[in-house]
Design a binder for this molecule. Structure first.
Ligand code: ZN
Length: 340
């Protein structure tokens, strides 16, 4: 019994977070989203170098492929290793055989020079023909000048923007500040604290597991007119599992909710990476139907074709050695954790 679907798309990922697992506990237990950023992610990202970025992307791409995800929309930050970071991610995904849309998250957290270098990394990568978007971390870590510069760069290059919006209550002022800049090709990650009638154009990237883990609340995406796409926000690349959680979270506030809604969010990923629709994933389960999958754990790919090439067969990737990737990623994780 098997069924075939197109390749799945993770609409919001942070491949650099693959090495975070098992990191030392922060100095004190974070008591809110801002402290989670300050004590975990902003200590981790500043410690990244290009070797760590490469092997975290290799591991993240491998883990996505192993779950039938053939395309990743990534959002990256590594303040002390900015230049070349998007190439390291793109090359790693290419080696594994997974499509990736890169973005460097511009921010003023490291001063005007940090913001300038982040913008320049987006420009350099996109002008060289890289597949990507202009990244912005979030309005609450950027000046108006930086937001305008990033939006202007995207406009100049004909690219969209990938930005976190109103993930926590501390960013509730974002809509007002980005409203004059946002366009239909902007990707707005989270939107938990957006008003129902926020009026922003763009696609909402819904990350239910991450939102639960950060205790920021439930985005209730059905209240928006915008298209909604599912992402993991860096917690792996298993989109069937993210669909299952998106469905049950939707159901938790509306007992009439159908898994068809969360399935539509999953399928909307093909709006972001249309080629993934031509990828072929043969699954261990039949039928790959939302009402079945919502209640069927453990479904896995048997074979995957990306761009006509078999990149996964007999439970293993064909282009790379998964044992080597896991071993090298573990070495880099140990280096990273020693710096924290
Ligand atoms: Zn994110």
């Amino acid at each position: 019994m098997s069924a075939v679907t197109p390749g799945l798309v993770c609409g919001h990922h942070h491949l650099y977070s693959a090495l975070a697992r098992g990191m030392p506990a922060p100095p004190k237990v974070p008591t809110g989203f801002q402290e989670i950023l300050e004590q975990i992610w902003w200590r981790l990202d500043v410690a990244l170098d290009l070797d760590m970025i490469r092997w975290s992307a290799m591991l993240g791409a491998l883990e996505a492929l192993e779950q039938g995800t053939t395309a990743i929309v990534d959002h990256h930050e590594s303040p002390t290793a900015i230049e070349g970071s998007l190439d390291a991610i793109a090359e790693a995904c290419e080696e594994v055989g997974v499509r990736v849309v890169c973005a460097y998250g511009v921010t003023d957290r490291h001063g005007a020079d940090g913001a300038r270098r982040g913008l320049e990394e987006n420009r350099r990568f996109l002008e060289a023909g890289g597949r990507g978007l202009v990244g912005i971390h979030a309005a609450f870590t950027c000046s108006d000048e930086t937001l305008e510069a990033a939006a202007g760069l995207a406009e100049d290059l004909g690219a969209g923007v990938h930005i976190h919006v109103a993930e926590g209550s501390g960013d509730a002022g974002a809509p007002e500040r980005i409203a004059p800049l946002a366009k239909d090709d902007w990707l707005l990650a989270h939107g938990v604290h957006l008003a129902d009638d926020h009026g922003l154009p763009g696609t909402i990237l819904h990350n239910p597991r991450s939102n639960l883990n950060n205790a920021v609340g439930y985005a209730r995406p059905t209240r928006f007119e915008n298209p909604v796409v599912l992402g993991t926000d860096g917690i792996g690349g298993n989109m069937v599992e993210e669909f299952r959680l998106a469905y049950v979270l939707h159901r938790s506030v509306d007992v009439t909710a159908s898994p068809d809604t969360a399935w539509e969010w999953l399928e909307n990923g093909w709006r972001l990476v249309p080629e993934a629709r031509d990828d072929r994933v043969t699954w261990s389960y039949d039928p790959m139907d939302p009402w079945h999958l919502a209640f069927t754990p453990g479904v896995r790919p048997l074979e995957i074709e990306v761009g006509g090439e078999v990149v996964f067969a007999d439970g293993r990737p064909t282009r790379v050695d998964p044992d080597e990737i896991r071993a090298r990623a573990a070495e880099q994780a140990a280096r990273l954790h020693a710096r924290l």
